[in-house]
Design a protein around this ligand. Structure first.
Ligand code: MRU
Length: 333
């Protein structure tokens, strides 16, 4: 099944709409949301109807058009940029639109479309560089969802898999289910399976055992923000995957566009980590999972230190963490 675009804009700046796949309903239901106001766009971003750092960036760029045509000005843009604090792509996109459009919704739509097109191209380039790491017969492991549902294109961590698959390379993917919101089980498994890629969902706590059994030769994850020193914030649980990968001598790669690198952020310790509501851990649907008197801690991301990362797959090639600062200082190319 060919999926509709994860994020798109339909119509002109004055009357058009931000259109997203409502990812909270996947894999059961494929439903498109048409959004015509800033508060609904912010709500969609915060409840993860659209999620994944680059997709949030593109959706945020289009949401600027809504903010400006509603006359909400800089205050509206500030509120939008703060909607999710860890994924730097959102602020990056909002500031890019703000700087280039002088408050004009039609101008904002032009920039948003350019950000959208560039994300598609960036994913393709990441896929091309990363595919060279995937050899016939390999077992791969990924965490959360950094695929087509997390970007406007074919993804970041999953892009090398799509490219290798098209090249006829046979490999297998283990998708961590990714508690508590199950982006791995619901989204990664969905889009890989739809594309004919051999995928097995495992519980997050199973990754070490699967590695010990010799079934994983390469890990690729996405990122929400990367510091100058190469520390990477990504979905909670990524750090333990990286620790397990190092213990089992499995190379751990991170795939991300330049817009996910924060040149002003010296180390992972400076990355703000989004804390989400307790109910995501306490409940599943109608079921209560945690006794009411127990406390719950629900950070949405963790930081993987640079020393655990073999390489960062970008649109400009694959860099070691030590090469990141120089690449950023060159302007990211
Ligand atoms: O909370 P989410 O689902 O937005 O978290 C997404 C991730 O952690 C992804 O791995 C990351 O944004 C990279 S998406 C290409």
């Amino acid at each position: 099944m060919a999926l509709p675009p994860t994020v798109d804009w339909q119509g002109d700046a004055a009357t058009g709409a931000l259109v997203i796949i409502d990812q909270t309903l996947l894999p059961g239901e494929l439903h498109l949301l048409k959004i015509t106001s800033l508060d609904v766009a912010i709500d969609a971003i915060q409840r993860l109807a659209v999620r994944g750092a680059p997709a949030i960036g593109v959706a945020g760029a289009y949401a600027c058009v809504l903010a400006l045509r509603q006359g909400l000005g800089d205050a509206g843009l500030d509120q939008l940029a703060d909607a999710r604090p860890t994924a730097v792509n959102l602020r990056w996109a909002v500031e890019k639109v703000r700087a280039a459009c002088s408050g004009d919704a039609a101008g904002a739509l032009k920039i948003a479309r350019a950000i959208h097109d560039s994300d598609i191209d960036t994913c393709r380039r990441i896929g091309g560089y990363g595919a060279a790491l995937i050899k016939p017969g390999m077992g791969l492991l990924t965490h959360c969802n950094a695929g087509a549902l997390a970007t406007a294109g074919m993804g970041t961590a999953l892009a090398p898999m799509y490219v290798a698959h098209r090249q006829g390379v046979k490999f297998h993917v283990f998708a961590d289910e990714t508690r508590p919101l199950l982006q791995g089980a619901r989204l990664t498994a969905f889009e890989l399976a739809e594309s004919g890629i051999d995928v097995t969902v495992i519980g997050d706590g199973m990754a070490a055992g699967v590695m010990r059994a010799g079934k994983v030769q390469l890990v690729i994850t996405g990122a929400d923000r990367i510091a100058r020193n190469g520390d990477v914030a990504n979905k909670i649980g990524t750090y333990s995957v990286a620790v397990n990968a190092q213990h089992h001598r499995v190379p751990f790669y991170v795939a991300a566009p330049r817009s996910t690198f924060d040149a002003a952020c010296p180390t992972g310790a400076h990355i703000p980590i989004e804390e989400r509501r307790e109910s995501e851990l306490r409940e599943y649907g109608q079921a209560q999972l945690v006794p009411a008197r127990a406390k719950v801690f629900n950070p949405a991301f963790d930081v993987t230190p640079a020393e655990l990362i073999a390489g960062l797959i970008t649109e400009d090639g694959i860099f070691t963490p030590a090469q990141v600062a120089a690449w950023l200082d060159r302007g990211g190319s």
